[in-house]
Design a protein around this ligand. Structure first.
Ligand code: ADP
Ligand code: MG
Length: 474
């Protein structure tokens, strides 16, 4: 029987006529596992799991994606992996294609209600801007999409944020942005708010921190103003809550937030949330809230890379209209790895210093001015370097760092190396354990305690450890 031909682009009609067989369904389960093994279970859960198996069109396997954003992202990032896995489990398949699933499209269309602008006067603690629009908290005018430098660690969060800001109706709800401190979550939230004002000036946006949300909630309770509080938040088109981890353990605030959240999502109004952890890793949060937070798109911002840091420095220097030597920017990008806030702070300090003393910026002055900051950021040291140095110092073989020999003249230096690795690198105990011939993290912990104990008892030993540490730090 001839299969319906799929035209290029989205043809929901013909997709409907495809029907996956039981065999294809089984194969899809295998494919999902193969892909998850390849791209990691977190990514698989966000992107592959929501895909719907639509069927086989000739030699083309067709999958349905809930929205165009997901479709684009999967095509750019996971299609290769998907295709490979499908070809592996089904010899007939030559290609994999992603279309928008019709069911999802309809849901999005029928629910779109853009509520009229309503000015609520009674709630004065929510800030308004000059033109009377509610903002919740003032927006920083430096935090725009234009000023956001995109690199591999933040490309997903950026793309998702931009998409949410530009679309008239939610494509995924909520958008959950998460990442460590100083990596750009607040910047992206503000950028979304600015962009919405530009693209959809009539939509009512409230941006505020979870802390402020709680504060307002408590205040409403106290002044018996709950009706106004609820109306206020439920009447917005877009609600943005920054640092939602703040309400962990705060049960009644969580409860209220949960209801507000549901009320908005049910009306198909956009909710955007940021946090320092993924929804499932949030501690002291109600299960139902965690699971609800993970329903839409969860986008993580990864720690920075050298390229991203350099890009950001170049952009900031250019924006400030100052010339900073290339070697200085490269040095900073190499050394200051903690987060972008510190990176910016470092650049600002150098600029301030140079204008203060009236000297141009050089590598020497940079190192001088930033000495304390550089010390705390020095995480470039590898466990191998530590092992080599310690082995040399105590005159044992490098291979004994990973061996099982237990003589004290070998075991002790090994413990010293473990201890220093814990002190001077940001590696976790299990990671350090792996570098020492696959030892358990408890062994490392034991070594750390032992060396601390010995240092307290034995001055010479403490001295040895100190010398080693210092020589590794410079
Ligand atoms: P977070 O909210 O994740 O703790 P912020 O959004 O406050 O971090 O970012 C910290 C600083 O770093 C801000 O000044 C922000 O403008 C800057 N920043 C973060 N990411 C970027 C980026 N990709 N491009 C430019 N500046 C950035
Ligand atoms: Mg922040």
């Amino acid at each position: 029987m001839a299969q319906p031909q799929l035209a290029k682009g989205i043809v929901v009609d013909s997709v409907e006529r495809l029907a996956p067989t039981a065999m294809l369904n089984d194969q899809w389960n295998v494919v999902k596992e193969l892909v998850a093994a390849n791209i990691g279970s977190n990514h698989a859960k966000s992107w592959i799991e929501p895909l719907e198996l639509l069927g086989l069109d000739g030699m083309v396997l067709v999958l349905g994606s809930p929205n165009t954003f997901a479709k684009d992202w999967i095509e750019n990032h996971y299609l290769e992996s998907l295709t490979k896995a499908w070809k592996q489990v089904n010899m007939v398949i030559q290609d994999v294609k992603i279309v928008i699933s019709e069911t999802q499209v309809t849901v999005a269309n029928t629910n779109t209600v853009v509520s009229p602008i309503k000015v609520i006067e009674s709630f004065d603690s929510i800030e308004k801007d000059e033109s009377g629009r509610y903002t919740g908290a003032p927006l920083d005018n430096r935090f725009t999409f234009e000023n956001f430098v995109v690199g591999k660690p933040n490309e997903l969060a950026y793309a998702a944020a931009l998409r949410v800001a530009e679309s008239a109706k939610p494509q995924f709800n909520p958008l959950f942005l998460y990442g460590g401190v100083g990596l750009g979550k607040t910047h992206l939230m503000h950028a979304i708010a600015w962009k919405i004002r530009q693209c959809h000036p009539n939509r009512k946006v409230i941006y505020l921190s979870a802390e402020k949300f709680m504060y307002q909630f408590v205040r409403a309770l106290r002044y018996k103003d709950m009706v106004a509080f609820k109306d206020q938040f439920r009447a917005v088109d877009v609600l943005m809550i920054d640092d939602v981890q703040f309400i962990s353990g705060k049960d009644t605030t969580q409860e209220e937030f949960f209801h507000t959240f549901n009320a908005l999502v049910d009306k198909n109004h956009q909710v955007i949330v940021s946090a320092d952890k993924s929804p499932s890793d949030l501690e002291n949060m109600e299960e139902r809230l965690k699971s609800r937070l993970g329903w839409g798109l969860v986008a993580d911002i990864h720690p920075t890379t050298y390229e991203l840091r350099l890009g950001i420095l170049q952009a900031k220097a250019a924006a400030l209209n100052t010339i900073v030597p290339k070697e200085v920017l490269e040095f900073l990008a190499f050394k200051i790895t903690s987060n972008i806030r510190e990176l910016e702070g470092a650049l600002n300090r150098i600029l301030a210093h140079s204008s203060l003393v009236g000297r141009s910026i050089s590598l020497d002055t940079t190192q001088e001015v930033l000495r304390d900051l550089l010390r705390s950021n020095d995480q470039r040291l590898t466990v191998e370097e530590i092992q080599r140095k310690v082995a040399e110092y105590f005159n044992i073989k490098m291979s004994d760092m990973v061996s099982n020999r237990r003589m004290q003249n070998i075991a002790r230096p090994r413990q010293v190396a473990m201890y220093i690795a814990k002190q001077l690198t940001s590696k976790s105990l299990p990671e350090i354990g792996r570098k020492f011939g696959g030892r358990d993290h408890t062994t490392i912990l034991h070594a750390v305690r032992k060396v601390q104990e010995l240092c307290a008892e034995d001055f010479d030993f403490a001295n040895d450890v100190e010398i080693l540490k210092r020589s590794l730090q410079t």
